[in-house]
Design a protein around this ligand. Sequence first.
Ligand code: ATR
Length: 270
Amino acid sequence: MKKWFAVIGNPISHSLSPFMHEKWLNENDIDASYIPIHVEEGKLEDAVKALKLLGCSGWNVTVPYKEAIIPLLDDIDESAKGIGAVNTVVKTADNRFIGYNTDGLGFIKSLGPIKPEDRILMIGAGGAARGIVHAFKQAGFTNISVANRTAEKVARMMADLQIGQGITLQEAENNLGSFDIVIQTTPQGMKNQANTLPIQLKNLKVDAIVADIVYNPLVTPFLEAAKEYNVRTINGLGMLVHQGAIAFSYWNGVYPNSTNMIELLTEQLG
Ligand code: ATR
């Protein structure tokens, strides 16, 4: 039977994953397809049964099912356990379905060459931030501060993940010069959101890397502000591409061409 892969979520029609994976399957001469599946509220269990029954070789999971899918799988790996969410399901040779989370590692790969000694500032303490901090921890980074509007939320996150320290947005702004990598993970700057910045960037280190996990728009107000200081900026497209590339490599045993894909998607969204 021809292999097939999928992405499940709700909504799903705007997902860029089918375009990306179909292109990579083609480029790598793999005879398989990748389809988007809209899963109605309350129908996740039925959908997973159907995917298994119909021989799906692996699938991605997106909003709002990344947590709810966990009890429906046979096992989850360290990354998914630490983050508490799954974005990739892999079918093993003995027909077991294992959950992984490639979002955090995908983000780290999107930064290019960085060093474990680099001092990291995360802004925001939501699900995406949690995934990235966990991946940094697994990759051996120790110097991580997370600045958040709500103190209790960041305190809970740092206690759960057992790394780094929670700080206020004001503290982040005052001490910005002591960070090598600054990562914006709040929804501010997304299309249709308020365009205020979570922190001002005037104390930015001259050789800092500034990243935003948002890719629509490609240049968020946060990155626009960072560009004024001539630092290296990275948008969320790299994270999207690399989380997909890692999933692709789990399913197919090859790491696909991510540089080319970032260019293609930039053209599509630009
Ligand atoms: P996700 O799971 O997609 O990362 P989330 O769980 O809704 O998103 O988390 C959003 C994060 O952005 C939170 O850290 C939130 O701060 P609070 O914990 O104080 O709610 C942060 N956030 C959202 N809007 C913000 C704003 N206008 N200013 C500063 N932080 C904001």
